[in-house]
Design a protein around this ligand. Structure first.
Ligand code: IFM
Length: 472
């Protein structure tokens, strides 16, 4: 390594790691847990790689004490997790189940006792099947039920949990679940229904935020975790920049403008024509609730490129540049400057507001203990170091970044990829369920302790949007 510098973070920066219920808990039929769309979907033949079953996952439902000890050992300041909705409301409505509540209350109490601040995401994709049977997110019943659930949860846990996200990556839940059909519930709807699903996710967020604030016994912070398209058109190609700008309007603004301003982007609405969703009076006011923070999940850039064959709402992706590093998720390039670009670009377009990187991480399929018993994931160490270095520079450039969560605390059930893709700081042997800290976990623990790390200065790679804005 050439020259390197000390990169330090402000006092109180929230160092965390993240998981989600369906990916780690297991115990799918225990203590009255209901069925979620992911139980149904993953049970269909041929859906999950290698026929892997989520029934046990990391067995966190039984091993949560050990998992909290691991977190405490790492020195985590915060842990981002999601409760399982069907464990709390097996049919998606009504009183919260006593056993379900008991589990999450014990978890939260133990986190607090270990000095770890819980950051709770209410919806990480495990919709109760009973609600999908009524139409799921394509209908208005689901956002209403979600708000009712959110209010009940905030009433019960709002005295101890102060950081709440309504939804995780609703963009992915909508497109993959209701458009492409590769995530639960596996529907392949046309554009019109998909836009309605998106509208109902937004509505669900807004109704839930209101219900949570009304019900919480003390003030809580409410936001959501977004997977925006981290658009990075090819610098110096005006046609790509134009395509990228259109992509940003039609996709990122489609989610962000209703949330922040209570309106859909007018240009994109025109392009959408007859496929616009039904928006009832009052919906947009319900959607636009004060956001205490925005969570941004970042993995890989979207290199939008112009393609004259495509309509205004379609986007083409340029191939990953030759020789560029990749992670093991198919098509995911490693591009740390993209995180800086996203944080800076978000702030430039939507204004300065508290931000968290609610997910960032790298999958290495081959992670396994070596002869010395350790897991040497040097690439993940470099990945985390480089992304954090760029995130830190984004802070100097005006992004109000308050914390960072590694995806994931431990290897887990990676949806359609089953257990094949490993994102964890902690290695899980899925045969024995033994946990083992990887080298990246040790590196992260040292970083948290020192509130900084030694790294080569990150390259200056300005977002093409900003370059263009400057040139104007
Ligand atoms: O595992 C997922 C997570 O559930 C949502 N964000 C992306 C991660 C990696 O694919």
């Amino acid at each position: 390594m050439g020259t390197s510098e000390w990169i330090s973070f402000p006092e109180g920066f929230l160092w965390g790691a993240a998981t989600s219920a369906f990916q780690i808990e297991g115990a799918v039929a225990e203590d009255g847990r209901g069925v979620s769309i992911w139980d149904t979907f993953s049970g269909r033949p041929g859906i999950i790689r290698n026929g892997d079953s989520p029934a046990t996952a990391c067995d966190h439902y039984h091993r949560w004490r050990e998992d909290i000890s691991l977190m405490a050992g790492l020195g985590l300041k915060s842990y981002r997790f999601s409760p399982s909705w069907p464990r709390l409301q097996p049919g998606g409505r009504g009183e919260l189940s006593a056993k379900g509540l008991d589990f999450y209350e014990r978890l939260v109490d133990a986190l607090l006792q270990a000095g770890i601040r819980p950051n709770l995401t209410l919806y990480h994709w495990d919709l109760p099947q009973a609600l999908e049977d009524e139409g799921g997110w394509a209908g208005r019943g689901t956002p209403r039920a979600f708000a009712e659930y959110a209010g009940r949860m905030a009433r019960r846990l709002g005295d101890r949990v102060d950081l709440w996200a309504t939804l995780n990556e609703p963009q992915v839940a909508a497109t993959h679940g209701y458009g492409l059909g590769v995530h639960a519930p596996g529907r392949r709807e046309g554009r019109k229904v998909l836009n309605q699903v998106i509208h109902h996710f937004l509505l669900g967020h807004g109704l839930a935020a209101q219900a949570m604030r009304a019900a919480a016994p003390r003030p809580i912070q409410v936001g959501l975790a977004l997977s925006m398209d981290p658009i990075w058109p090819t610098p110096g190609r005006p046609e790509d920049l134009e395509a990228g700008e259109r992509h940003w309007t039609a996709w990122n603004d489609w989610w962000l403008l209703p949330l922040l301003k209570g309106e859909y982007p007018a240009r994109a609405w025109e392009w959408t024509g007859a496929d616009v969703p039904e928006v009832r009076p009052g919906d947009l006011a319900d959607i636009r609730q004060p956001l205490d923070f925005a969570g941004l999940n970042y993995y890989a850039p979207y290199r939008t490129t112009a393609d004259p064959k495509l309509g205004p709402l379609e986007f083409a992706r340029a191939p990953i540049p030759e020789g560029a590093p990749r992670q093991d998720m198919p098509g995911w390039e490693v591009f740390p400057a993209g995180l800086e670009g996203l944080l800076v670009e978000f702030t430039r377009r939507y204004g300065r507001m508290p931000l968290y990187v609610t997910e960032n991480g790298m999958s290495i399929r081959a992670d396994a203990p070596g002869a010395d018993g350790a897991v040497h994931d040097a690439e993940r160490v470099a990945f985390l170091r480089d992304h954090l270095a760029h995130a830190r520079r984004a802070m100097d450039r005006g992004a109000d970044l308050r914390g960072y969560y590694v995806w994931s605390l431990m290897d887990n059930f990676e949806w359609g990829f089953g257990y094949e893709q490993r994102f964890g700081l902690v290695h899980v042997d899925f045969a024995t369920l033994k946990r083992r800290l990887k080298d990246s976990a040790h590196w992260y623990a040292g970083t948290i302790r020192a509130n900084g790390f030694q790294a080569p200065p990150p390259p200056v790679l300005e977002s093409p949007f900003l370059q263009a804005a400057r040139a104007r």
